[in-house]
Every structure is written in C-alpha cells, then in structure tokens.
Design a protein around this ligand. Structure first.
Ligand code: HEM
Length: 392
C-alpha cells in the first residue's frame, strides 16, 4: 500500500493502489492532493453528530420540510450552529456559470427520456455493485424502505434537470444541502450499526473518494452510455451537463480539488475510482433484487422484472448481471441487443425509418413510462436527516 496518510483510522484496504489523480485537473486547478479516502466532510460531520446527540434531528426535519426553494429564507427556530452552517453551505462557488446552466437545462429537456432511464438503470443498478454504497444503503435507516429511498434519490435527478435548478426559485441547492446533512448523519450513525461494522472495510463511510465514485456512477456513466448509443451531443451541451454536476458535487460537500474540470479529467478519475472497484456483495444482490421488483408494482407489463432485468444486463453487461444473479431473458436480451441501436438512430433522425417498428413502440413506451415514474414520484418529497440505522 502506498500513499497511506490514514494513520490511526486504518480504514484503507491493503489492496487499494495509491491515489494519483492530480488536483491540477480539478475545477480549481490546485489542491493539496490528499488521498480522498482519508477525507470526509469535517464541518458537516461534527455539526450533525452534535444535532443527533442533542436529540434535535426530529425537530430540525420538521422545520426543514418547509424549506423547499433555493432563494427561500431558512425557517425560524433552527439551532444557531445549523443555521450558520446552512447559510454558508447554500452559497454557490465563484466558478458557477449561469449561461452554462441554461444550456444544461436545454440538454436536459432534449434528453430527458434518456437521462431518466440512464439515471434509473445505469446509475441506480450500478450502485448495487459499488460495495461501500450498497452496504451503506442497506444498513442505513433508508434501507428499510427502498421505494421511499428511491423516490428521495430520484428527487435529485429530477431537480437537477429543471429550468431553475440552481436559481432562487429552483430546488437543487436545497436538495443538495439536505443530502449533505443526511450523509453527515450516516457517517455518525453507521459505525454504530453492528451489521455494517461487521462487513465494512472502512471505519467511517462516505469519504470524499466514496462520494466521487458515486458521482461517476451518475454523470460519467450516463455520458458513456449516450456516446455508446451514438446520441449526437454538441460539445457545449456536454460541457454544460458536466457543469451542472460539478456544482452538484460542490453543493454536496465534495472538495473542489476532487471535482474534475473536464470530461477528460472525469474519465481519468473514473478509471482510478469507479472502474476498478465494482464488485458483488450480499447486500448489493439483495438491493438489486428489490429494485428490479419495484417497477412491477407500477406497471406489471412494461416495467416487469424480466424487462428491467434484461435492460440492466444490456446496460451493465453480462458480468455485472451475473454478479446480481439476474437470469437471462432470451427474448428481451436479444431484442435489446439487436433493436436498441436502430431505435435510438430512428429517434434521433439518423435513420429514415424504423427497422423494427414493434420494438420501437415498446421501447418508446418503456422510456416514457420510466420517465413518468421518475418525475411523478420525486417532486413532492422532502429529504430528511436520519437519526437511526436500519433496525433489521
Ligand atoms: C442519502 C444522493 C453518495 C449513501 C442520499 C440522498 C440523496 C443522495 C439524494 C437523500 C435521499 C435519502 O435520504 O434516501 C447522493 C449523491 C451522491 C451520494 C448524488 C454522490 C454524488 C453517497 C455515497 C454513499 C451514500 C458514496 C455511501 C457510500 C447514502 C445513505 C443515505 C444517502 C446511506 C441515507 C439514507 C437514509 O436516510 O438512511 N444520498 N449520494 N451516498 N446516501 Fe447518498
């Protein structure tokens, strides 16, 4: 093991290679270069630990339910230390660029259907083979009710795509700051879970490295698939989409020196982080099974387990599908393999007529149903700070 500045915590797994990604490639082009596995979010973590110890979380959650818009004043009655932290945490960084955010919205509008399905499947199912995330999700409070948890997580994917995401009448800053607080609570709570403690390979969850790994499972993975599908994306839209996710990272408490400045820098970081650590865990396998079963509760035909399973195999590949014990569904597996490419080409106007008309409509229906589910469930939800773990 190299680069182990971890010392007393001893949370680095011996097999993990040194961190060599340079902060020169970050949004601020500089930084100490500390191994992100040894950095968490100290300011938020100390604050939320104290809120939990003082028994203030239920009261704070009730108050924060009324805080829904970025430009809205914080509710009266919040503890003074929390208020001070949130006033600071809600400020956008100097490098935030409103014109890029406008372009990002146009991109989201144009590509909303693909983005919905990719956030849900590529990113959502990938989270079950990110071992640390799967364990954290499974043993935290939210693990007890996956449907509720998914709607809460989908809220972030919804908010980031809205016209005013980061403007005063949008909600993305609120969603990010609340999520930052929720993560800080998880860092305090999970180490006390006897279940998590038994299987975890880190002393404290959700390090800066863990955050960036999950970040790459979102925009980087989505962009990889869009490229794979040959969806035409102008360079300014690609850069704008990245920008909206850079801001998201910042507002979630990720240090600027770890936030990639460009898609090239993001790719090089993903190769060192996300790509090397995907693996099955018993927790991830159970989570994947729950996720694949949820669609059928909404629409048993188009969102059935076989279709969702086949889609997961199509997006994440045979190896990951095998890890997750997803059966082969020959009909759907083959249909996706042969018809998805032409379907996208037709949708994008790159092919003059549908090669497989029946599949075309099924796929389109699938995209629309999925996006609808994503949008409708997510909007009215308030993200809360947990104050206990999953009791099971
Ligand atoms: C909570 C998003 C990274 C574990 C949440 C929530 C959102 C979210 C929106 C609130 C919804 C809810 O309460 O369920 C993100 C994003 C990330 C990220 C965008 C990276 C960019 C991580 C990582 C881990 C993690 C790396 C673990 C390794 C959790 C857990 C909860 C949570 C355990 C709390 C669930 C509960 O209420 O018990 N996250 N997350 N997240 N996240 Fe994350």
């Amino acid at each position: 093991m190299a680069g182990g500045t971890l010392g007393a915590l001893g949370a680095l797994s011996v097999a993990t290679p040194a961190w060599t990604w340079s902060p020169m490639g970050s949004v601020v082009g500089a930084g100490a270069g500390a191994d992100p596995r040894t950095v968490w979010d100290p300011e938020a973590d100390q604050l939320v630990a104290s809120l939990i110890q003082r028994g203030e979380v239920p009261r704070v959650n009730t108050l924060l339910r009324t805080w829904t818009k970025n430009g809205q004043a914080l509710p009266a009655g919040l503890p003074a230390d929390l208020k001070a932290f949130m006033e600071k945490a809600r400020k956008l960084p100097a490098w935030s660029d409103p014109s890029k955010l406008d372009t990002a919205f146009r991109f989201n509008e144009k590509r909303g259907l693909y983005l919905g399905v990719l956030y849900g499947f590529a990113s959502g199912m990938m989270s079950t083979v990110i071992p640390r995330e799967a364990r954290a999700v499974y043993y935290s409070q939210g693990g007890a009710d996956m449907k509720d948890r998914i709607s809460k997580t989908a809220k972030l994917g919804y908010d980031i795509g809205t016209a005013n995401a980061f403007k005063p009448d949008g909600s993305m800053i609120v969603t990010c700051v609340k999520t930052r607080l929720a993560h800080a609570a998880v860092r305090h709570l999970l180490p006390k879970s006897p279940y998590w403690d038994k299987v975890a390979d880190e002393a404290v969850p959700i390090s800066q490295m863990d955050l960036m790994v999950t970040w790459h499972s979102l925009p980087t993975t989505v962009m990889r698939h869009l490229k794979n599908w040959k969806v035409p994306i102008p360079a300014n839209e690609a850069a704008a989409f990245l920008h909206s996710w850079q801001l998201t990272a910042y507002m979630l408490g990720i240090k600027e020196e770890y936030i990639p400045a460009s898609w090239d820098a993001a790719e090089s970081q993903a190769k060192q982080s996300l790509d090397t650590l995907l693996a099955p865990t018993p927790e991830g396998i159970k989570l994947a099974d729950i996720l694949l079963g949820l669609g059928a509760q909404i629409d048993g035909t188009i969102l059935s387990k076989p279709i969702l399973g086949a889609f997961t195999r199509f997006l994440l590949g045979d190896e990951i599908a095998g890890w997750l014990k997803i059966p082969r569904y020959l009909l759907w597996d083959n249909l996706l393999k042969t018809a998805w490419g032409p379907f996208i080409a037709v949708r994008e106007g790159l092919l003059p007529f549908p090669l497989a008309p029946a599949a075309y409509w099924t796929f389109d229906e699938f995209l629309r149903k999925f996006a609808l589910l994503f949008l409708s469930e997510a909007q009215e939800i308030s993200i809360e700070i947990p104050d206990s773990n999953n009791p099971n």
